[in-house]
Design a protein around this ligand. Structure first.
Ligand SMILES: O=C(O)CCC(=O)N[C@@H](CCC(=O)O)C(=O)O
Ligand SMILES: [Zn+2]
Length: 333
C-alpha cells in the first residue's frame, strides 16, 4: 500500500500508476481502487451529504468535464474546498482518452447492464465501473445516492448545456434536482422514453440514485474548452463535494423535452437526410424526410414537428443514430 497526496488527479488517472494507494486530503481521506477509480471519504459528512458518483471521460475525447473535475480536485487538494460527502470520482475510459478518441472498440456508454454478454476492452471496463459503483453505494448506506455522468456533445446545440434524464419505473426525479440544475445554468432537460443502458441509467435503475447524463458543450481537445461557461456547474459539484445544499433556481428557466422515437441505424446503407452540422434540438416540420436506410426504409416526421438530438450516421449498425424529441411542459412544483 502506497501513501501519497493527490497532486494532479487527471494526470494520475491517466497514468498506469501503482495501485492501490491511499492518502489524506482536507476533511478526509482517499483511496484509489483502480485506474481512474478514486474514492473520497470525509471524516465527517456535511449536513446535506449525499453519496455521490461523479464520472467523466466515459467517451475518451470529451475533455471539458475532465478539466472541470480536475479543477475541483485541485481545489480539494489545496484545501480551498473541504470534503464533506463520500464521492466516487471516475475517469471512464483512460485508454480512449490517451488516444484522444471516443472509444477504442465500441461505445462504452451502451454497455451498463449487469447481464452484459459482450467481451473486449470496453465491456471489461463497463463491468469494472459497475462493480465499483455497486461497492461504493454498498459502503455508504444511509445517504441519498446521486450520480452525475458528465459528457460533451459532438455537435453544436440550441441548448449547449442540457441533461438526459434516464428512463426507469423505479425512481422518480426529486424536485430539488430541477432547481439545482437550473441554478447550474443547465438550459434543457431531455426525458428518455425507454431503458438506455447508459452509465447514469445504471445508477438510477439499479441503485435508485438521482442520476443524469450532463452534456456540457461541444467535444473539443484539451485546452480548447470554454470552462468559464461551466462555472455554475462547478459550483453545483463543489457543493456536493462539501456535503452542503447546492444553489437553487426556478426550473421554469429550463426547456423540457421528451424522446418520442429512437432512430436506429439498421444497415450499412444508412444516411441522415439533413446536413452533418445540424445542431442538436433543431426542429423539423411534419413529413420532413429524416433518414434513409436500405433495411428500415425512410423515416419521416409524422403529424407533429420533431427535433433531433445526437444525430450521428456513423454509429455501428444496430446503434442509435439520433433521438427524435418533442417539447413537454416543465414539471409542476
Ligand atoms: O453528441 C453526440 O452525438 C453524443 C454525445 C454523448 O456522448 N451523449 C451520450 C448521451 C447518453 C444518454 O443518452 O444518456 C451518449 O450518447 O452516450
Ligand atoms: Zn459522451
Amino acid at each position: 500500500m502506497i501513501e501519497k497526496p493527490i497532486e494532479n488527479w487527471l494526470q494520475e488517472s491517466l497514468e498506469e500508476a501503482e495501485l492501490p494507494t491511499l492518502g489524506q486530503l482536507p476533511g478526509g481521506h482517499f483511496r484509489w481502487h483502480g485506474h481512474g477509480l478514486l474514492e473520497l471519504v470525509p471524516d465527517q459528512p456535511g449536513p446535506a451529504a449525499r453519496a455521490c458518483v461523479l464520472s467523466v471521460g466515459i467517451h475518451g475525447n470529451e475533455t471539458a468535464p475532465m478539466e472541470l473535475l480536475d479543477g475541483l480536485m485541485g481545489r480539494l487538494a489545496r484545501g480551498e474546498l473541504r470534503l464533506g460527502a463520500p464521492t466516487l470520482v471516475i475517469l471512464g475510459n483512460p485508454e480512449a482518452t490517451r488516444q484522444g478518441v471516443r472509444f477504442i472498440g465500441t461505445n462504452l456508454n451502451r454497455l451498463f447492464r449487469p447481464d452484459l454478454p459482450e467481451t473486449g476492452r470496453e465491456a471489461d471496463r463497463a463491468r469494472a465501473l459497475m462493480d465499483a459503483v455497486d461497492a461504493f453505494f454498498a459502503r455508504h448506506t444511509g445517504l441519498a445516492r446521486l450520480h452525475y455522468d458528465l459528457h460533451t456533445a459532438i455537435r453544436d446545440s440550441h441548448y449547449p448545456r442540457f441533461v438526459v434524464s434516464p428512463f426507469t419505473e423505479r425512481t422518480a426525479v426529486k424536485a430539488e434536482q430541477w432547481r439545482w440544475l437550473a441554478a447550474a445554468e443547465i438550459q434543457a432537460v431531455l426525458h428518455q422514453h425507454r431503458h438506455s443502458w447508459t452509465f447514469s441509467h445504471y445508477s438510477k435503475h439499479y441503485h435508485c440514485a438521482q442520476a443524469f447524463t450532463l452534456e456540457l458543450g461541444r467535444a473539443l481537445p484539451f485546452g480548447h474548452n470554454d470552462l468559464p461557461s461551466l462555472t455554475p456547474v462547478a459550483e453545483l459539484l463543489a457543493a456536493l463535494l462539501e456535503g452542503r445544499e447546492p444553489p437553487r433556481a426556478p426550473p421554469g428557466r429550463m426547456a423540457f423535452f421528451r424522446v418520442e422515437h429512437e432512430l436506429i441505424r439498421e444497415s450499412v446503407a444508412f444516411r441522415l437526410a439533413f446536413p452533418d452540422d445540424t445542431p442538436n434540438f433543431t426542429a423539423f416540420p411534419p413529413k420532413t424526410l429524416l433518414a434513409e436506410d436500405s433495411q428500415a426504409g425512410e423515416t419521416r416526421v409524422g403529424a407533429t414537428p420533431l427535433a433531433v438530438v445526437f444525430p450521428n450516421a456513423s454509429v455501428e449498425v444496430g446503434a442509435r443514430a439520433a433521438l427524435l424529441v418533442q417539447p413537454e411542459p416543465p414539471p409542476t412544483e
